[in-house]
Every structure is written in C-alpha cells, then in structure tokens.
Design a protein around this ligand. Structure first.
Ligand code: GDP
Ligand code: MN
Length: 413
C-alpha cells in the first residue's frame, strides 16, 4: 500500500489549499522583508526625505519618523492662540528662509513662532534656500514643525559666489580695512557679502518661488510676540501693497560709503524709473543730495515677487550696483539696496508698515503700544519699553517713513 505523504497529496482540493498557503507564506515573508527594507529606508536613513528634498513633499507623510531634532511643535507653548477668522481664500504666498544647515535650531525656533502665532491654521508653505545641499536632518526636522508643504532648493553657484570680475586683491584689502573699524559686523566675511548680494538681486529668481506671488522672509532666531490675528498676505493682496516691513533703521556709514552716490548715478541716468509718488523722503531729506541711510530692516519683509521679477527699474538698478562691485569692495547690504529701490521705484502707497506685528530679532523689536487695540487684540507679551518706539527710538527711521507718506501726492493732469 502506498502511503501518500500529505505533501504529495493528490487530492486537488488539498493541493490547492497547500499551494495557496505556501503562496501566502511566501507572500507574507516577502511583505515582511519589504516592510523591513522600507522601514529601514524611511526610518533609519531617511532616504525618502533626501530624494524628495530636491522636489517638494508633504510633511504629514513623515510625521511618524523619529526625530534627532527637538520635539517638533508644541501648540501649548502658544496658549492664547485662537483660530484665524474663517477665510474663504488664501493668497498665493510662501514663507522664505535662507539658511545654512548649521542654522537648523534657529530656523526651527523661528518656524515655531510663525506656526504658533499665525500659520498653524493657515498652512502657507515654506521655501528653504541654501548655497549648499540641505542635510537630511534639516529637511526632516523643518518639515516636522509645520503641517504645510516644505520645499528645499539649492542656489546656483553663480548666484552666490563672488563674481569673477571682482578684483580679489582689492576686495581682500577692503575687507581687512573694514575689519579694523570697531562695531562693523561681518567686516571680513565673504559669505555674508554673498548673502547680501543674493538677497539683493537673486532671491526672486529661484525656481521654487516662480509660482508664488508673495513671500514672507523669515530668519533664524526671530520672535513674534503677538498673535497675528489676520492674514498679512491677504492684506497685501487686498490693499494692493508691494512691500511690507516692521522695523526701519539706518545703515552704517562704514559699510556703504559710496552706495548712495552710485545709486544716484543710476537714477540720474534713468529718471524714467523714479515713481512720481515715490517715498524718496524716506531715503533723502534733500531730494537726493544726501542719504538719510534709512533702510527697511529686511530680515522681516513681505513682498510681491512679481514686482521684483518684473520691474525693469529694479533689475537694472541691481545690475548697476553689481557692476560697481560694492557688494564686495564695500559691504553693501540687501537692506540698503531694497530700501533705496523700494522707496524710489514704487508709489509710496504700495509700501506698508505692519505696525501691529510684534517682531523681534537680535534685541531690536517692534511692539505695539499697550494702550493700542493691536496689543489687546494680539494678546501681546512684548515689552513696549524695549521697542524701537521707546528704547531704540534713536535708531528708528519711523519718523522718516511717516514724513515720506506725508509728502503731497502728484496728481496726473
Ligand atoms: P544678520 O541678521 O545681518 O546678522 O545676518 P544673518 O547671519 O542672520 O544672515 C541673514 C540670513 O542669511 C539668515 O537667514 C542666515 O541664515 C542666512 N545666511 C547668512 N550667511 C549664509 C550663508 O553663508 N549660507 C546660507 N545658506 N545662508 C546664510
Ligand atoms: Mn539675522
């Protein structure tokens, strides 16, 4: 009698059952292996972020990944938060942060401020730019702070490094000379100069910004000390504003000895770019002879990218400054450059002072007056006595801005 091993059962039903269970086992093993492999990829190496960082990705899908950075976002640290009024629309806008990988902690701090005070129920995306590739840690940790989309881009080398036409010997001498003067920050830094030049003439050309109309610049280690109870992007859109600032301060003489004259050279040659209702008074009290040195403090700015991209005047003005070499032979900043351009090229009605936004960076801060409705509405926790209006008033250009707004308008005939 032949005894059949169950394994070779000739019963078709049994055979089917066996094959099926074998398939299931093999499939389960395969599934297990692929899951293990995938979790390796996703959890250990974070390759997903590395691949996606060159594109864009939705942070929500990565919420479960372990963070080597500090705890992502704690809404309880913003106890006063109330949801924004229900808007039926959003502006076409993004936050914009230029940063080094080493700025990660400060960037996370700033993101938490923005998310906590404003963005957690508006979900505007973030664009991060760097002259080097962002690390996997940077993309993973920053994307975990926001529920909005995050985009990461690398700046083309030619838009970052010192151009070849700059005489390096002359530039080195200038840096050394500036370093000898007390109280001039970044006097010897080439990378700081690259950054200033980039924010003057190249940020708005980045591919990641092409589809956006408005940007809101965010630096590492900034603080927002009131709730932002309305949508500043929509404010810009609804009021036809092109440029918004919080703090205005004078630029140091030592960093920009020839910037005003070089600028006036351009505007004298090209008077067609001067807007008839410009804010020249912010930059000059005597119609252009001398400079007030006033600048909008560009570490905060909300701007219309279409203006920067589309303004022939702005772009030709930048080219003129670039050719003069002052970004490297002196230490021209993006704040003075934007300050002059915005004040001269635009109708002053299109420049907005966000006086109700409490903003602090490196100790300088704008804080609404506690008796104002803005302070109350925003449930602010800033110290008015420490603000640009009080303690730092001597460094504030607010009076010059108000004087500019008060200049009678020219009405077209
Ligand atoms: P400060 O506010 O004038 O003291 O200048 P910061 O050091 O804060 O720099 C201004 C902005 O540019 C910040 O967002 C920095 O993270 C960024 N930044 C400055 N230097 C570099 C650099 O060399 N590379 C990159 N990627 N970002 C930089
Ligand atoms: Mn800064």
């Amino acid at each position: 009698m032949v005894s059949y091993s169950p394994l070779f059962s000739s019963s078709p039903a049994r055979w089917k059952q066996l094959v099926l269970s074998k398939r299931i086992t093999i499939a389960s093993i395969l599934l297990l292996f692929s899951l293990l492999a995938l979790s390796e990829v996703f959890l250990e190496r974070g390759i997903s972020t590395r691949i996606l960082s060159s594109l864009s990705f939705d942070a929500k899908s990565l919420d479960q990944s372990p963070l080597s950075c500090s705890n992502p976002f704690d809404p309880s640290s913003f106890p006063h938060h109330t949801p924004r009024p229900t808007y039926t629309r959003k502006a076409n806008a993004t936050f914009l942060t230029l940063a080094r990988n080493s700025d990660l902690a400060g960037v996370i701090h700033s993101m938490k401020q923005i998310e906590g005070r404003f963005n957690r129920d508006r979900h505007y995306p973030w664009v991060f730019l760097n002259d080097e590739p962002f690390t996997e840690e940077f993309t993973r940790c920053t994307s975990a702070v926001t529920s909005a989309k995050t985009h990461y881009g690398q700046i083309p080398r030619e838009q970052w490094v010192q151009p070849d036409f700059i005489d390096e010997e002359k530039a080195t001498k200038a840096r050394k000379a500036l370093s000898k003067i007390k109280g001039v920050f970044y006097a010897d830094s080439v990378s700081y100069r690259n950054m200033c030049r980039f924010y003057s003439g190249f940020f708005y050309k980045q591919p990641l910004l092409q589809d956006f109309k408005y940007y809101w610049r965010v630096e590492p280690d900034i603080n927002y000390r009131c709730e932002i109870e309305y949508d500043p992007f929509l404010y810009m859109e609804d009021n036809n504003k092109v440029y918004g600032f919080t703090i205005s301060v004078p630029e140091q003489q030592e960093t920009t000895p020839t910037l005003w004259d070089t600028s006036m050279e351009f505007f004298n040659q090209n008077p067609q770019y001067l807007h008839p209702n410009n804010a020249m008074r912010f930059a000059s009290k005597d119609g252009g002879q001398t400079w007030t040195r006033c600048t909008y403090w560009t570490n905060f700015e909300i701007g219309d990218l279409d203006f920067f991209r589309g303004s022939e005047g702005y772009n030709r003005y930048f080219e003129h400054l670039e050719a003069a070499g002052g970004f490297y032979y002196e230490r021209w900043g993006d704040a003075p450059m934007h300050g002059i351009a915005i004040s001269l090229l635009l109708d002053r009605d299109r420049i907005h002072h966000f006086d109700d936004i409490a903003y602090e960076h490196t100790g300088w801060e704008q804080c609404p007056n506690p008796v104002s409705s803005a302070y109350e509405r925003g449930r602010c926790d800033c110290d008015y006595d420490n603000s640009m209006d009080v303690k730092w008033k001597r460094y504030s250009c607010q009076a010059d801005f108000e004087a500019a707004l008060a200049v009678p308008r020219i009405h077209a005939a």
